[in-house]
Design a protein around this ligand. Structure first.
Ligand code: NAD
Length: 388
């Protein structure tokens, strides 16, 4: 059980790039990083607008001298301080991830980066090489993967509870962008601009999350080939898609499907994953994250509840409160930030970690690679492409 007692020697001096006032995702990064006292927010370049970023930083109790106008100034100034930052979170729009991540690694900082990591597999591999050379952690904000039901699913599959895995059905299909909301909403606007969002909209924005859940649950499955079709139902978004279907063939003969959409009218989040084995299936839905549905062929379906003694020990290790109380997305993210901190400290002390997993740079590379393959398939008429 996690109760807030320290699990690393000293809190990590931490900064943010982006995530300022009005951003969608800044607050959950801060809340989750600071939750277990593993990180201290000591600096930031929080906003594209330096004045607003300065004001915001002061309002979240950062020393005004350490609220910087941009990330370059921050990395340069902090490197001169004895108590300079050790880690940075990048929570800016997609087009900036590559350059900021590279600069952070060059400055020998640990990184937590928003998804997608960058635009091309080549860039992603380059970042991976630099991170390895510099011995730095790059955590990726696949925030749903810290839910305990996801850990339970991983253990059940590893233990053979489902039998041989045959199918994985994934979807992340919300309805919030069923109309051209980007005309009024700045956070939506950049998401449909290829210069800023990259080669895809929903494949990168949504699909990579659920893809990563499948990688966590069934790490042995490797994609052999895929086919993808993508549509722009709001025409002004073309060539970027607001809906896409992908079919994946894995190298063991299993098959996967992933539907991602921002135009699934009426749906809230609609992120679900169903793993079907030869004996049984499991299903998880991010709108009911404390529950995992378990269906054994020929028996009544069961709902496994978070925190209960019948779960695998690894799936209750991250409990922050007993069963019956709802834990949610903030706890899921906090679990990941806790593991990021443990990994960062381990590398700083010349150690490795064996007993924790988290979305690291490989997961970032894989997400970018998947987007690239989907786009290649879709833009060639929805054909099967060998996964490369
Ligand atoms: P947003 O447009 O709501 O906010 C972006 C923030 O970054 C703003 O504060 C802006 O001022 C700041 N910013 C932009 N460029 C900057 C720069 N060069 N330097 C410093 N600050 C800068 O965007 P958002 O929705 O919060 O998305 C940010 C990132 O987070 C994106 O990559 C997005 O894909 C990702 N995201 C991830 C999740 C998740 O569940 N992991 C959810 C939402 C968004």
């Amino acid at each position: 059980m996690i109760n807030g007692e320290k699990n690393i020697r000293y809190p990590i001096r931490w900064a943010m790039v982006g995530g300022g006032r009005g951003s969608q995702i800044g607050y959950i990064h801060r809340s989750s990083a600071l939750r277990d006292h593993n990180f201290q927010l000591v600096a930031g370049a929080f906003d594209i607008n330096p004045e607003r970023g300065q004001e915001f930083g002061v309002n979240v109790h950062v020393n005004p001298e350490r609220c910087y106008p941009d990330y370059k100034t921050m990395f340069a100034e902090e490197s001169k301080r004895e108590d300079g930052i050790q880690a940075v979170t990048i929570a800016t729009p997609n087009s900036t991830h590559y350059e900021i991540c590279k600069a952070a690694l060059d400055a020998c900082l640990h990184v937590v980066c928003e998804k997608p990591l960058c635009f091309t597999t080549e860039q992603a591999k380059e970042l991976e090489t630099i991170a390895k050379k510099k011995n730095r952690v790059v955590g990726i904000a696949y925030g749903y993967s810290g839910h305990q039901a996801v850990e339970q699913a991983r253990r059940m599959i590893a233990n053979g509870d489902l039998g041989e895995i045959r199918m994985i059905h994934m979807q992340f299909a919300h309805g919030f962008h069923s109309e051209a909301v980007e005309q009024e909403n700045p956070s939506a606007k950049w998401r449909v601009d290829p210069e800023i969002v990259g080669p895809s909209y929903v494949l990168g924005d949504l699909g990579t999350h659920t893809l990563y859940l499948s990688e966590v649950m069934a790490p042995k499955l490797k994609i052999k080939k895929l086919m993808c079709t993508r549509q722009s139902f709001v025409k002004s978004r073309a060539p970027l898609e607001d809906n896409a279907y992908t079919i994946m063939e894995y190298d063991n003969g299993a098959i996967g499907t992933l539907w991602c959409s921002a135009v699934n009218a009426g749906s809230m989040h609609g992120q679900k994953i169903r793993v079907v084995g030869s004996k049984a299936s499991i299903e998880w839905w991010d709108e009911q994250p404390n529950q995992l549905r378990y269906e054994i062929q020929g028996k009544p379906a069961q709902i496994l509840e978070r925190g209960m003694g019948y779960l695998y020990p690894e799936a209750v290790a991250d409990d922050r409160i007993g069963a019956g109380h709802a834990e949610g997305l903030f706890e899921s993210w906090s679990n990941l930030y806790r593991r990021f901190a443990m990994a960062m400290e381990a590398l700083d002390c010349g150690e490795t970690w064996n007993d924790i997993w988290f979305p690291g740079i490989e997961a970032g590379v894989e997400g970018v690679r998947w987007i690239e393959n989907c786009v290649r398939s879709a833009d060639n008429g929805g054909v099967w492409v060998e996964y490369r």
